[in-house]
Design a protein around this ligand. Structure first.
Ligand SMILES: Cc1ncc(COP(=O)(O)O)c(C=O)c1O
Length: 359
């Protein structure tokens, strides 16, 4: 049996009950799930594609791949051929299965940041490989490394990796033949800093060799419920992923492909959603600071990474007593033991309730 960690959110149950007992109800700032409406442009495209009796293509429709390539060029200055794009059923499944799909072998190490989305670790384990959390690639030594994950803006810290840093990761990986998978699901949510894609010419020098960028529509377009994402980059790697995923039946439903193409073509709804998050962040951050928390990094993305210099579970408890549920930093690695992650994904009404309770 593969050994998997306990599902972290189960450990929050007691605190959730505590927060729910607040007379005015819980302000849930823990999971970070979208709460605003699915954009009409997506709903309409989904409905229009409802009569889809045949099997969809694993590769996705040309329309979907063109829309993804168009979005990368228009919004992120990244040129990718539509042939080098592959839809995924949300991105969590890709993160969890990428080491297996790439043929990472037992005993090899899959690298990811010290503070990270837990699924990088899970993906290494599912392949029988060894998860290795490190922020220092130089400390890895001369062994062969098949896969390195980067995540900018980061979940949980909201930290942005500058182009210079990403360039170093790319050249380190290329020297050793490692694949760099860049999880860019918060790329459009830069606040004080603008994130850059691993596929941007300033980072990769114009060649996508050995590089994969992973994009999700869950947060940009409130499509978490549709399961919509894609991976783009090195043509040979994308072809290999396509081949395995065709055999394995990892196919995005046709109506979701239609909805995803429609949202990738439309920026108005994404700008509107960005504004909502910016507003919530602008009230929550100072409220936390006034209540004795220090916010670190958090220059992009959907989370405030905060500490009041006590243990993370003490902070979870103190906030739950005020009816506010947050995630303990140790869900994301031992280095998070004195931080909490606070999501800005609740409604305006719930965020305002949290702000009042912090006074
Ligand atoms: C860093 C990171 N990667 C991937 C995902 C998966 O997102 P989805 O499966 O909704 O595309 C998340 C979700 O929160 C995330 O925070």
């Amino acid at each position: 049996m593969i050994s998997l960690p306990d599902f972290p959110w189960d450990r929050l149950t007691t605190y959730k009950e505590r927060a729910e007992a607040h007379p005015d109800g819980i302000a849930d700032l823990s999971v970070g799930t979208p709460v605003d409406p699915v954009p009409l442009v997506a709903q309409k495209a989904l409905a229009e594609a409802a009569d889809s009796p045949g099997y969809p293509l694993t590769y996705g429709t040309p329309r979907l791949r063109e829309a993804a390539a168009g979005w990368l060029a228009r919004r992120h200055g990244v040129r990718v051929d539509a042939a080098d794009i592959l839809p995924t059923i949300g991105t969590k499944e890709l993160v969890a299965w990428l080491p297996t799909l790439l043929g990472v072998r037992p005993g090899e190490r899959v690298l990811f940041p010290e503070l990270a989305y837990p699924t990088y670790d899970v993906g290494a384990r599912l392949a029988g490989a060894t998860p290795y959390a490190t922020d220092g690639l130089l400390a890895v030594g001369p062994e062969r490394v098949p896969l390195v994950w980067v995540n900018s803006p980061s979940n949980p810290t909201g930290r942005v990796l500058p182009a210079e840093h990403l360039r170093k990761v790319v050249s380190w990986a290329r020297e050793r033949g490692a694949v760099v998978a860049s999880d860019e699901c918060y790329l459009e949510l830069g606040w004080e800093e603008q994130p850059i894609s691993i596929l941007h010419p300033d980072v990769c020098g114009g060649s996508h060799e050995g590089l994969l960028a992973v994009h999700s529509l869950s947060k940009r377009s409130n499509l978490a419920g549709y399961r919509a994402g894609f991976v783009a980059g090195d043509p040979a790697l994308v072809r290999r992923l396509l081949e395995v995923r065709k055999h394995a039946g990892m196919i995005m439903p046709a109506p979701v492909q239609a909805a995803m193409a429609a949202v990738l073509d439309d920026d108005a709804h994404a700008d509107e959603q960005r504004e909502r998050y910016a507003r919530r962040r602008a009230v929550l951050r100072p409220a936390l600071e006034r209540a004795g928390w220090r916010v670190e990094h958090s220059t992009a993305g959907l989370y405030l990474w905060a500490t009041n210099d006590t243990g993370c579970w003490e902070q979870v408890e103190a906030l739950a007593a005020r009816g506010i549920l947050v995630a303990p930093g140790d869900f994301y690695g031992e280095a998070g033991a004195r931080h909490v992650r606070i999501a800005v994904t609740a409604t305006d009404e719930r965020v305002n309730a949290a702000v009042l309770r912090l006074q």
